[in-house]
Design a protein around this ligand. Sequence first.
Ligand code: FMN
Length: 199
Amino acid sequence: MASYKEQTPNSIHHVLGISGSLRKASFNTAALRAAQELTPEGMTIEIFDLAPIPLYNEDVREKGFPSAVQDFRNRIKAADGLLIVTPEYNYSVPGVLKNAIDWASRPPDQPFDGKPIAIMGASPSFLGTARAQYHLRQFFIYLNGLILNRPEIMIANAPSKFDGEGQLTDQKTRELIRDLLNQLKLQIEQNQLVHGSKP
Ligand SMILES: Cc1cc2nc3c(=O)[nH]c(=O)nc-3n(C[C@H](O)[C@H](O)[C@H](O)COP(=O)(O)O)c2cc1C
């Protein structure tokens, strides 16, 4: 049997990055941009903008997915893994992100099934989106996403960890993100060993 390394010699892992905030100066989108700088060798992160996703409406879905939703579903399907960065709104996941996940999750062939998923979040508060992240984890029980357990990255007191240009300046957080992406890479590679290619 070929060794693990022999089976995946030059493969590049394509990760789709999703931020649950639409605002320009978002700490969460800034954390996602930082992750793009911190990828391990052999990984790329492409950011998907949720702004064009309409509000969920079953009447609309029955006539076919809107183009932005179809594009989102296709990109999730094509990605080797996901990195979701969530703000916390009223102790939970913002509607923008929940709405996008709801759209993408509709049949047929919901694209989260068996997909490696890393999550993190940033907030000015001292819990750093912990409550929102546990709700996000709960979504992917039903959807059978392969959520990484560790490391948990809750970027608390976010204004002290980014500079005025949205650069993540906190070295400890940068190290944690590196670690998270390495774990995501491992999960993707384990998944590919089991399934042969993308699930
Ligand atoms: C509707 C709303 C509800 C919020 N609820 C929470 C909350 O429950 N916990 C929290 O830590 N921050 C809460 N915040 C503050 C957000 O964490 C803060 O606005 C953060 O900067 C949003 O993320 P972003 O910078 O990526 O846009 C809330 C903000 C809004 C607009």
